[in-house]
Design a protein around this ligand. Structure first.
Ligand SMILES: Cc1cc2nc3c(=O)[nH]c(=O)nc-3n(C[C@H](O)[C@H](O)[C@H](O)COP(=O)(O)OP(=O)(O)OC[C@H]3O[C@@H](n4cnc5c(N)ncnc54)[C@H](O)[C@@H]3O)c2cc1C
Length: 394
């Protein structure tokens, strides 16, 4: 695509092969792979690219539990492994650092009875978390192998689980690298500050808030919580909404903590060491809220819990407090793939709390039909499945 073509795209005269609505982690990975496959792409965002839920602080990449192994757990396992290579490739191409590290995770066992359950999972991981080349453990230990400060031993009466599969990434580092890559491509045009309000499916056009229209061959709806109303607008009213927004709050501290230390997890509180001695702490989970993007006492409570787990955090400076809304699809799992009635409309949404570990594989699966490829998704991850659930009466 020439610069002239890009100008034409801006005024709606050209139709891209793929219009991607939403430039969060989902839409950015989709743009990356679509460009690589030779498609012409327009990537639109209502606000800033990566200014939604993907612009946060935490970046934990947490595996599903190794028990009751199933297709969706295998999909996520494969995704957590392949992310390593995809991030390395992206960093090599952009020269940017995405802040990725497979640091593992310590799950604290404050009560002895939790150890019995953890030991069962240890055995499960010995079969589930393996590949011919690599082996990951869910190891039950009496105490943290990382010393008395990580975490305070008062919280490990039943021992700890050391999960060697978990990892972390800098949400802003990764999205910035993806943005730089797609923005530099002659095959991609980015537009920020403009929303898609509706689609004309007969003409295959998207109507924008600034009055423009964009015609497309395919459209990918990767609009985070905004994906649910856009998809609902394509069909007769459903008995239940396709998904909802769940608010979360997190904080970033300057704590001079070693960046190699594993993530700590207890009762929904995550402590995630990042590069530069920074530590992210999260998260709240709020189904009802008035102010989606502001923080409040609930975050202060999470910070206090984290400081109890790691007393060294007590003197740390809080660099940032942040809030965002996670896209939770009706059946909780990601909602991906072609619309059953309009195969040129493709969903890529609903990553809820685990998008960063999955988005690259979900994007590849979402693109596969456009590229004449087959990429099997777990049935529960498909748009068709979520539509079926939303069609049931409550
Ligand atoms: C506090 C908190 C902590 C979290 N921690 C983790 C974690 O540790 N690990 C993890 O994997 N996940 C985590 N998540 C979840 C993760 O951030 C989200 O699941 C993920 O960012 C969703 O990505 P997305 O691309 O689907 O949506 P978004 O990042 O929200 O991107 C969607 C984009 O679409 C745009 N948009 C919306 N409607 C329209 C429209 N009509 N037209 C054009 N553009 C539109 C928006 O402006 C937005 O930029 C956390 C979330 C929160 C809130």
């Amino acid at each position: 695509m020439t610069n002239g073509d890009k100008m034409a795209l801006r005024s709606g005269q050209l139709s891209p092969d793929l219009l991607i609505v939403g430039g969060g982690i989902m839409g950015l990975w989709a743009a990356r792979f679509a460009i690589e496959a030779g498609l012409n792409v327009v990537l639109l965002d209502a606000g800033r690219i990566a200014g939604g839920a993907s612009g946060g602080l935490l970046g934990s990449l947490m595996p599903y539990m190794p028990d009751r192994w199933c297709e969706k757990k295998q999909f996520q396992f494969d995704a957590l492994l392949s992310l390593e290579e995809e991030v390395a490739r992206l960093e090599a191409e952009t020269g940017l650092d995405a802040g990725y590290r497979r640091s593992g995770r310590l799950i604290l066992l404050p009560k002895p009875h939790l150890r019995t359950i953890a030991l069962r999972h240890e055995r499960d991981a010995q079969t589930a978390w393996q590949t011919p080349e690599r082996s990951f453990a869910w190891q039950v230990l009496d105490q943290s192998p990382f010393g008395e400060a990580w975490p305070d031993p008062a919280f490990t009466q039943g021992g700890v689980v050391f999960d060697t599969l978990a990892a972390r990434v800098s949400p802003r580092g990764l999205t910035q690298a993806l943005r730089q890559l797609v923005e530099a491509s002659p095959h991609c045009h980015l537009r920020e500050g403009v929303s898609v309000t509706s689609f004309d499916l007969l003409r295959k056009t998207a109507l924008l808030t600034d009055g423009d229209e964009i015609a497309f061959d395919h459209v990918m709806i990767a609009a985070g919580t905004g994906a649910f109303p856009l998809l609902e607008g394509l069909m007769p009213p459903l008995p239940q909404p396709l998904g909802m927004a769940v608010k979360g709050q997190a904080a970033l501290l300057q704590a001079n903590i070693e960046p190699d230390l594993p993530l700590l997890f207890l009762d929904g509180v995550y402590i995630v060491p990042h590069d530069g001695g920074r530590v992210a702490i999260g998260s709240t989970s709020e189904n009802q809220f008035d102010a989606p993007f502001s923080t409040d006492q609930q975050l202060e409570d999470v910070i206090e819990q984290a400081c109890a787990l790691v007393p060294a955090l007590q003197d740390a400076q809080v660099l940032e407090r942040w809030a965002g809304v996670r896209p939770k699809a009706i059946d909780r799992d990601p909602m991906v793939g072609p619309h059953p009635a309009y195969p040129f409309v493709i969903a890529l949404a609903g990553g809820f709390k685990i998008s960063f570990g999955l988005a690259h594989r979900l994007a590849q699966a979402a693109l596969a039909p456009l590229l004449g490829q087959h990429f099997a998704l777990p049935p529960g991850f498909t748009l068709g499945h979520h539509l079926e659930v939303a069609s049931r009466k409550k």
